[in-house]
Design a protein around this ligand. Structure first.
Ligand SMILES: Nc1ncnc2c1ncn2[C@@H]1O[C@H](COP(=O)(O)OP(=O)(O)OP(=O)(O)O)[C@@H](O)[C@H]1O
Ligand SMILES: [Mg+2]
Length: 232
């Protein structure tokens, strides 16, 4: 699909309002495949197809998450000045910490949805760390290194639930190689971990924690388990 036609914007009112945009602007068809609105339509469709169902209406309503996303969009736009199609720039990452059910994954997908109408080619990749390990497990017919590069080299990566699975030497090596690559190349990453800041080192090891602390804006999501609230 070339995104030179109007798209369905059901569920995007809150995000558009945060950007002071209207549906009419997003669906302004100029015929230019690289104009702001065409890229925005592509990214909105991408989010609609790739955000998991329960987060499909998620909005990054935490001010620090929104501020990080604004900064990433501004830096990407600045770095892409000479290019036909603005894409993800080098930038600090975002680390969302906090107890179970407080809304970390919601904020993470909320940030990706918030970025969609900014006219930048995000083409993000999202995985949980458990799903990533499963995808990387050596098996017949799959080149684990190629799979690894899909995550390590992703322009914008959401890595959900870092440090949640029981660790092994193998998962620690994957975590280290992934975080180190993203750290050295300043590739923006949204990470969530089900810990409080003081517990990070114990959960992911000091070499990964040290890099995360330097490369990330840290946001602690406070509150109680929203799933229990919903069940009550
Ligand atoms: N700001 C919000 N507004 C409305 N619903 C929310 C918000 N934040 C979270 N929720 C809902 O609360 C539930 C828990 O949120 P979420 O899955 O993001 O928690 P989490 O911190 O990632 O938990 P875990 O550590 O178990 O992964 C989900 O059903 C989610 O849709
Ligand atoms: Mg989560």
């Amino acid at each position: 699909m070339d995104h030179l036609t109007r798209i369905n914007l059901t569920g995007w009112d809150d995000v558009l309002a945060l950007h002071h945009l209207t549906a009419g602007q997003i669906n302004d068809i100029t015929g230019d495949p690289y104009d702001h609105w065409t890229i925005a339509r592509k990214e909105i469709n991408y989010a609609d197809q790739h955000v998991p169902f329960i987060y499909r209406r998620a909005v990054a309503d935490h001010p620090d998450v929104k501020a990080w996303a604004d900064s990433l969009a501004a830096a990407s736009r600045e770095q892409a000045k000479a290019r036909i199609m603005p894409s993800v720039g080098r930038h600090r990452s975002l680390l969302l910490l906090g107890p179970t059910g407080t809304g970390k994954t919601h904020q993470a997908y909320g940030a990706l949805r918030y970025l969609a109408p900014t006219g930048i080619n995000w083409n993000w990749t999202a995985t949980s760390s458990a799903d990533m390990y499963a995808a990387l497990r050596p098996r017949a017919g799959v080149d684990s290194e190629t799979e690894f590069r899909r995550y390590a080299h992703a322009r914008l990566l959401l890595l959900d639930d870092l440090g949640a699975a029981k660790s092994s030497e193998w998962t620690e090596e994957i975590n280290f190689r992934l975080i180190n690559h993203r750290y050295e190349n300043q590739l923006p990453t949204i990470l969530t971990s089900n810990v409080l800041p003081g517990e990070l080192m114990e959960r992911v090891g000091d070499r990964v924690a040290s890099r995360l602390i330097e490369m990330c804006d840290r946001v602690v999501i406070k509150g109680t388990d929203r799933r229990k609230q919903a069940a009550a």
